[in-house]
Design a protein around this ligand. Structure first.
Ligand code: NAD
Ligand code: UDX
Length: 387
């Protein structure tokens, strides 16, 4: 397997060691899986948790045994971090608080996690001449220019006013009281810092801006493998509602629009970045699927249909209910209105395009959710509530 692999320019790919911070999360688990099953690379997997990569760490009979080593550590306060970065050829930083329910309720933790805690990672990479792939977010774009136009303006239909381009679009956030933007703002500042390290000190970097990657193992199901009162991202919120046969909650009418991409398509793009440094270094890449745009209401309707198909249970008569953002997320919430990634740069540099339709990705993801959680949910529901 290893010897025949070549990069986009036809050069053989040499096995490397990757220090992956946040390897135990949703994206990290899929990236580790890809690296173990399809490449010869070695992964130093750093995280506070490893539940989502347990299947890769055990048993010892896995064909990749010895190529993935888990280090349980919190990068906030662990002196092993620099040594692990030094041992690797490349560092990938995924660690973050990245669930919107936290941005306005735990803004300090959010800012520390997405900016302050990432600083030593950037510093160690720069000082030790190590390549860095840093995970930012599509949220750095904030709101579209188009949303400030009058509702009936024909310009709202002009892509110039809403398509998000890495090297042109401005970053438009709400006021400081709208603490929703604490995450986006922290991510923006760490992007600027990394960019400046590249410009002034020669750091070799790539910045990834994921646009709503979804799939199996995303977040948690409240009360099953996460806190009962926890609010994960929309895929897990809606999955939880469907599993419990509750109506899906549409925040502020479910009018916001998103483009969703299947995690497995997105991971292909990350692998191209890892294995083609000359094409990826110095770039910021949007990674999303512009063909999969829906309103949140449409997402809810499609998930309801797909879940009925995979579970064999008829949908509820009233499948959705409206809820205000204040009720759902609390004070200080705000939202991105629309997120369509421009794909010019990633297409030109890496020749990458997403493949999976929204229906297909929901079908495989909800099949996974049903198989993984349906029985556990039944048990939770059956448990008598303590009085
Ligand atoms: N999933 C998406 O669609 C999406 C979209 C935009 C941006 N991102 C970015 O991609 C990255 C990964 O996202 P994800 O969806 O896999 O989230 P995730 O929450 O599943 O993964 C993050 C992982 O980082 C770990 N982590 C956090 N703080 C840590 C610390 N101090 N020390 C050690 N480990 C720590 C967590 O335990 C978790 O396993 C994040 O930076 C996020 O902002 C993701
Ligand atoms: O139950 C729910 C949950 C969410 N929503 C809505 O669904 C939309 C998507 O919500 P998500 O929780 O998936 O998060 P967002 O797309 O707003 O932000 C995400 O985008 C990119 C990443 O950086 C982060 O993972 C996160 O900030 C929002 O408009 C939200 O208000 C509902 O209507 N009902």
């Amino acid at each position: 397997m290893a010897s025949s692999r070549v990069d986009l320019d036809g050069n053989p790919i040499k096995p490397i060691t990757i220090c992956m911070i946040g390897a135990g999360g949703f994206i990290g688990s899929h990236l580790c899986e890809k690296l173990m099953t399809e490449t010869p690379h070695t992964v130093l997997a750093l995280d506070v948790y490893n539940d989502k990569i347990k299947h890769l760490l055990e048993p010892d009979t896995n064909p990749w045994h010895g190529r993935i080593n888990f280090h349980r550590l919190n990068i906030k306060h662990d002196s092993r971090l620099e040594g692990l970065i030094k041992m690797a050829d490349l560092t990938i930083n995924l660690a973050a608080i990245c669930t919107p329910a936290d941005y306005n309720t735990r803004p300090l933790d959010t800012i520390y996690s997405n900016f302050i805690d990432a600083l030593p990672v950037v510093k160690y990479c720069s000082e030790n001449n190590k390549r860095l792939i840093h995970f930012s977010t599509c949220e750095v774009y904030g709101k579209t220019i188009g949303c400030f136009l009058p509702k009936d303006s024909p310009l709202r239909k002009d892509p110039k006013y809403y398509v998000l381009k890495e090297d042109e679009s401005p970053c438009i956030f709400g006021s400081i009281e709208k603490q929703r933007w604490s995450y986006a703002c922290a991510k923006q500042l760490i992007e600027r810092l990394i960019y400046a390290e590249g410009a002034e000190n020669g750091l070799e970097f790539t910045i990834v801006r994921p646009f709503n990657w979804i799939g199996p193992r995303m977040d948690f199901i409240p009360g099953v493998d996460g806190p009962s009162e926890g609010v994960p991202r929309v895929l897990a919120c809606f999955s939880n509602n469907l599993l419990r046969r509750e109506p899906l909650k549409l925040v502020d009418g479910g009018e916001s629009q998103r483009t969703f991409i299947y995690i497995k398509d997105a991971i292909e793009a990350v692998l191209l970045m890892i294995e083609n440094p000359a094409r990826a270094n110095g770039h910021i890449f949007n990674v999303g699927n512009p063909n999969n745009e829906v309103t949140v209401r449409q997402l809810g309707e499609m998930m309801t249909q797909v879940y009925s198909k995979v579970s064999g249970e008829p949908p509820l008569e009233k499948a959705t209910i409206d809820v205000s953002s204040k009720e759902f997320y609390g004070e200080g919430y705000d939202d991105s209105d629309k997120r369509i990634p421009d794909m010019t740069i990633i297409n030109r540099q890496l020749g990458w395009n997403p493949k999976t339709s929204l229906w297909d990705l929901l079908e495989s993801t909800l099949t996974y959710q049903h198989r993984t959680y349906a029985e556990a949910i039944k048990k939770v529901i059956a448990k008598p509530v303590a009085s």
